[in-house]
Design a protein around this ligand. Structure first.
Ligand code: SF4
Length: 351
């Protein structure tokens, strides 16, 4: 008997095509897509508007997999971190972050990461594999949240543009009117700056773009983000500058301030120059010290001075004090995989 078909992580069109392939009418694909991606149903027996005979046939030929939760940690500020267990026993992280008026889910796209950013513990982990589209989507479908998720950020473990096909498929599913209905303005994909994919992503109009910038010269940025050697700053900024964003779109530049590395007044002015003709906002984060990497957190007054220079130059700039720090799990922190988060994960994996 041939292998069963996985029904999760397929777009509506792919689901329709599969049904036709299985000798069913096309509309069955839409029905199944809705049951799985909007009603979050994983059991054919509960899909009551489908004929019993069809449900039985489905159970013979298809299956609906799920991820599971290995560990869950809730922070005092409402942030919840999930250590997600995959079917092969590997683990990734997802973080639920409630803020006023929204609830954001930070999702992982790979197990480990090839990008090797030196401030990031994931960068030190061996890349193991890409997540399949269903494993990306299922972080939204299967995890249980205190309130409904309104926003999604692909800033968890991995570089989303390095897992392009699965990420694009997941973004289409998130946005589908018959799916979870998270609109593209509520979805942000964060990248280290893989230039050709930046252009492709913006062209596809599947969500907002965030760039992990973290440096204002090639020398500085390459020293902490090796991918900068392949896609230097000028080239990456050009991709952000020339791609035709629609009027309301802005790029988000994430800038992690590390003491003595990229937190000088000169850096602040260089940053102003770098982004001045790009519709954007800047999210500043201050490095969280850990035993994993010997980087230091800048003094608060250095961070505020840096922010002041940006604000005085009319750049929309936020300084995010990490949320969920008591569980080492705020989303920015998760993305940068400071050692505390990884240690927490390593401990959880050791249990
Ligand atoms: S910061 Fe992001 S892209 Fe860089 S190594 Fe960490 S997970 Fe990968």
């Amino acid at each position: 008997m041939s292998a069963k078909h996985n029904l999760k992580g397929r777009t509506v069109e792919e689901m329709e095509n599969l049904m036709v392939e299985l000798g069913q009418p096309k509309f069955r694909g839409r029905q199944l897509f809705l049951w799985i991606n909007q009603k979050k149903e994983n059991d054919f027996a509960n899909m009551t508007d489908l004929a019993k005979k069809f449900r039985e046939a489905l159970a013979e030929t298809c299956y609906i997999p799920t991820i599971s939760v290995a560990e869950e940690q809730a922070s005092e500020d409402g942030t919840t971190k999930y250590l997600v267990q995959l079917h092969d026993g590997r683990k990734v992280e997802a973080v639920f972050i409630p803020t006023e008026g929204r609830a954001t889910l930070c999702i992982s796209t790979q197990v480990g990461c090839k990008m090797a950013c030196s401030f990031c513990a994931t960068g030190y982990q061996k890349f193991t594999r890409d997540l399949e589209s269903w494993e990306i989507v299922d972080q939204l479908l299967t995890l249980k949240f205190p309130t409904p998720v309104t926003n999604i950020v692909l800033m968890g473990m991995g570089e989303p543009f390095d897992n392009w096909e699965s990420v694009v498929r997941a973004l289409k599913i998130f946005q589908d009117p018959m799916g979870p209905q998270i609109g593209k303005r509520h979805i942000t994909v964060s990248t280290v700056g893989i230039t050709p994919k930046i252009r492709e992503f913006v062209g596809a109009n599947l969500g907002r773009l965030a760039i992990s910038l973290h440096g204002t010269t090639d020398e500085q940025r390459s020293s902490i983000m090796p991918m900068n050697r392949k896609y230097p700053l000028a080239e990456m900024m050009e991709a952000c500058r020339t791609v035709g964003f629609n009027n309301r779109d802005r790029v988000t530049f994430e800038y992690l301030l590390i003491k003595g590395i990229n937190d000088s007044v000169e850096d602040a002015y260089r940053l102003v120059e770098l982004v001045k003709d790009i519709p954007c906002k800047i999210n500043l984060l201050a490095y969280n010290e850990n035993t994993f990497v010997d980087f230091k957190r800048p003094d608060e007054k250095v961070v505020l001075k840096f922010q002041r220079i940006l604000l005085d130059n009319n750049l929309t700039t936020t300084y995010r004090r990490s949320r969920g720090r008591d569980i080492a799990a705020a989303c920015g922190q998760l993305h940068h995989k400071h050692a505390r988060a990884t240690q927490a994960q390593a401990q959880a994996q050791a249990i």
